[in-house]
Design a protein around this ligand. Structure first.
Ligand code: ADP
Ligand code: TRP
Length: 321
């Protein structure tokens, strides 16, 4: 089984990225041959600052490695080190109906947020389809907001196969129910573009402040809270605390007697402990940028070898070669 996923270097990675995409992807490393990449071409559709892109690319590499990506098992690379994907994207674009792209939620959401509607932004799903299809991927672990993109990839692959004969493997999205949408500090989906994130490797003081600033209702500590499971701090705490400890806090909140301040303190402590190991690991890796760079270039070499093979297959099928 081949597993593939990508993440854009467009800002510091947060708990939504971690529980929605990174942790499932890291767990799948054991189950098959994993290919994970930093989607720097995709980031060009919404981030226009070159030094920022360079910085975020290194940060994503450090974050992923620190959280347990094992470069001995997993092929880890920068998207643009495999330029074959852009060629495949062209082939795929010729069988992609305009209507399919026009229905993309992500495109509509991004425009609504004020991102300039460029051709690249519109064609984003076609490049993503090329990313997935060029490695004969079977499984794509992503958060729920990317599900439609993987479904579009399937549609595009099926169209190409119908037109030119069996060429591409049809992939499946894999979405974890319990972390399909991690809420941010304001209760909306946690996202870089909403300013409601808790970064995986955030600064201690800044994250404490964000967590203590989560707005709660005005009920006193003593009041029982039968709707405890809807409490935002508790929902986040369940992701990072041991299950018994989380259950205990939930019971105390439900029964009355646990104040919101104490709950938020517990959330901060659990978050801080949860990432203690990776935090140490990240500091060590950050001191060795050449080592990180070598991992990415070795990964690119392996990825490229496979990408060339699949691209060639598509070119033969479509009469280009
Ligand atoms: P952002 O919304 O912060 O820009 P991205 O769109 O770059 O995040 O998402 C990268 C990956 O992380 C995708 O697989 C996405 O589905 C996942 N992801 C992002 N935010 C969340 C969230 N709040 N809950 C679950 N998964 C998420
Ligand atoms: N669009 C994805 C995101 O924003 C990133 C991405 C690019 C991706 N290519 C991919 C994810 C291929 C999975 C597979 O999160």
């Amino acid at each position: 089984m081949r597993i593939l996923s990508g993440i854009q270097p467009s800002g510091a990675l947060h708990l939504g990225n971690y529980f929605g995409m990174m942790r499932p992807a890291l767990e799948l490393q054991e189950k098959g041959e994993a290919f994970y990449f930093i989607a720097n071409y995709h980031s060009m559709t919404s981030l226009f600052d070159a030094p920022e892109r360079r910085k975020h690319t290194l940060d994503v590499a450090l974050d992923f490695l620190a959280c347990g990506l094992d470069p001995k098992r997993t092929v880890f690379f920068r998207q643009s080190d495999v330029p074959e994907v852009t060629e495949l994207a062209w082939l795929l674009s010729t069988v992609t109906p305009m209507g399919l792209l026009e229905r993309a939620h992500s495109y509509k959401d991004k425009i609504a947020k004020g991102i300039a509607p460029s051709h690249g932004l519109f064609a984003y799903p076609v490049l993503m389809a090329a990313d997935i299809l060029i490695y004969d991927s079977n499984v794509v672990p992503v958060g729920r907001d990317q599900k439609q993109h993987v479904e579009m990839t399937r549609d595009i692959a099926i169209k190409f196969n119908e037109q030119y004969g069996e060429t591409f493997v049809i992939p499946e999205p894999q979405i974890r129910d319990e972390a399909a949408v991690v809420p941010g500090t304001d209760g909306q989906k946690m996202s870089k573009s909403y300013g409601n994130t808790i970064e995986i490797f955030g600064d201690e003081k800044a994250i404490r402040k964000k967590i203590m600033g989560i707005v709660m209702d005005s009920r006193t500590a003593q009041e029982p809270k039968p709707d405890a499971d809807k409490n935002l701090a508790l929902q986040l705490l369940k992701l990072v605390a041991p299950p018994d400890a989380a259950k205990d806090l939930e019971n105390r909140l439900r029964a009355g007697g646990l104040g919101y301040g104490d709950l938020k303190k517990a959330l901060f402590e659990s978050y801080w402990n949860y990432f203690a190991g990776p935090r140490k690991q990240r500091a060590e890796l950050a001191a060795r940028p050449d080592f990180v760079d070598k991992i990415l270039s070795d990964g690119a070499h392996k990825a490229r070898t496979l990408a060339q093979k699949v691209l060639h297959r598509a070119k033969v099928a479509s009469g280009l070669v």
